[in-house]
Design a protein around this ligand. Structure first.
Ligand code: DAH
Length: 349
């Protein structure tokens, strides 16, 4: 028996030594320890051994079992280590390889314009005020003197969330909020820049765009104050030689209302493709705050007057930086975003 066990142990060692992967190791386990395995069968053979030899027989079988268990653990550990090492080798990162160059844009034209407009008005004593983009009909329309059924409320233009809520179509909605928050407190001097939304989409219109609203309320505010303010605004932003003209217009929340054009800063007023040969570019809408709007905002129109103006920020950026399509502003194209570092008005190409 001793001899037979010695033989089995050395055979087992050879088999362990030739194992190259986990499957082979597990196959070996079945061969020796499985239901019909060598060691299992030897163990059950004890019943045929005479009593006085049973102990010795059992010890021999245990020698083989121990040899198997030790060998199994040793080779299992070795194979696992090999697998980890192989994985580490395969996943090694070559840190000497050159990486993709990180692309940097520059400050977005939209942010440039907002910062410029804010700096200018803050220097004139204005506050910068934020308003909600998710607005209600009351602030976006009703408090701004839009009658029920006014075409501007049309679902063709407005993104309605439900009967009451909508995405603001104009930053003018901030006018009603500012008045409500200040009731009868004066002076009010605010600008409200922010995002606005309309159901539009082509080269010069986007469903989302930026506007800045201005509102001034005090005693004795006149059209002359509005004109002076907007002339400063246009000249600072577009160049000191810019000419400004006021055309009568209509907005429900201002009376009188006007639209303000500036001389084309590309051709200086001679006429070109940018101004479509007219020499003028439409810049903004403005007017004296309508008495109804003042009243609904909590200001007595017999005591207080005010002016308001609103302009598209994308439009301003497009003019200033000669951007031909509003959609470039929102596509995040690095080639577009790289262009603005050295840009100023003298660069009109
Ligand atoms: N809210 C107007 C628009 O989106 C622009 C505007 C016109 C704003 C006249 C004003 C204003 O404050 O007085 O077209």
């Amino acid at each position: 028996m001793q001899e037979k066990i010695d033989e089995l142990v050395s055979e087992l060692k050879e088999k362990f030594a030739s194992v190259t992967n986990m499957k082979e190791l597990n196959d070996l386990k079945v061969e020796y320890m499985g239901k019909k395995g060598i060691i299992t069968e030897l163990s059950s053979g004890i019943k045929d051994v005479v009593n006085e030899k049973k102990k010795e027989y059992g010890m021999h079988v245990n020698t083989l079992r121990t040899a198997f268990n030790d060998g199994f653990e040793t080779f299992k550990t070795r194979l696992e280590e090999e697998m980890v090492n192989q994985k580490l080798k395969e996943e090694t990162i070559d840190i000497s390889l050159p990486s993709d160059k990180l692309q940097r844009g520059s400050k977005h034209p939209f942010n440039r314009i907002i910062e410029e407009v804010e700096d200018l008005f803050v220097s004139m004593g204005y506050d910068v005020v934020d308003g909600p983009e998710l607005e209600d009909d009351e602030h976006c329309f009703r408090l701004l003197n839009y009658t029920v059924g006014h075409p501007a409320r049309d679902a063709q233009d407005t993104f309605y969330i439900d009967e009451e809520y909508l995405l603001r179509t104009q930053t003018s909605a901030s006018q009603s909020r500012v008045m409500q928050a200040n009731t009868e407190k004066t002076p009010i001097r605010v600008i409200c820049p922010g995002k606005t939304y309309r159901r539009d989409d082509d080269a010069t219109h986007s469903h989302q765009f930026g506007q800045v609203e201005g509102l001034v309320i005090d005693k004795n505010i006149s059209l002359a104050d509005l004109k002076g303010t907007l002339e400063i605004f246009a000249r600072r932003l577009l160049g000191e030689d810019t000419k400004v003209r006021f055309r009568p217009s209509y907005f429900p929340f201002t009376s009188p209302s006007c639209e303000v054009d500036v001389s084309c800063f590309k051709c200086g007023g001679k006429g070109c493709n940018l101004c479509k040969g007219t020499g003028w570019i439409e810049l903004l809408g403005a007017g004296m705050v309508h008495p109804n709007v003042l009243r609904m905002g909590g200001y007595d129109p017999d005591v207080f007057t005010g002016f308001a103006f609103g302009t598209g920020l994308d439009r301003l950026a497009m003019f200033k930086y000669a951007i031909p399509d509003i959609r470039y502003m929102y596509t995040n194209d690095i080639r577009f975003l790289k262009q603005f570092d050295a840009c100023d008005l003298s660069d009109k190409s």
